[in-house]
Design a protein around this ligand. Sequence first.
Ligand code: FES
Length: 168
Amino acid sequence: MEFSVPNILKNKIDELILHYPEKRSVTLMALHAFQEYYGYISNEAIEWIAQKLSLMPITVLELVTFYPMFSQEPLGKFHFKICRTLSCALKGSKNIYTFLCNKLGLDPHLHGRQTTADGRFTVEYVECLASCNTAPVLFLNEDFYENVTEESVAELLSLCEQKEGENE
Ligand code: FES
């Protein structure tokens, strides 16, 4: 089946292209737009963006694999990113990660991003989020949380459940 990009995305990319002397300058913004719309960047999206911006697909793929904010697989509706760099590690981010994985039925010993079977939650470690003085820290989707504890993470999970309930 042919990959079809909705007009809202096409128009956004066309508009961005008008603002730069070179189409390739739009690549990261296009990737953000696709990530936001689809929740991940598929191979078809990479090829579409490459063609649109007159680039080789590998050039676009390199950006997708380099930047951790992009994902090549669908993410959960609720995405936890837990910092594991030194300050957060010293303040117990591993316990937070393990606690969260256990609560969600994920394997705390697995490396890399994990998503629950129902597709609702994604959990992953990330590197320093530049708030070392308030370690341990995490992102839940676009919201940033500092000095997190197992209790505050349990509350966040309850909030997620509550939000889902409101949308049903
Ligand atoms: S080490 Fe976690 S924010 Fe810097």
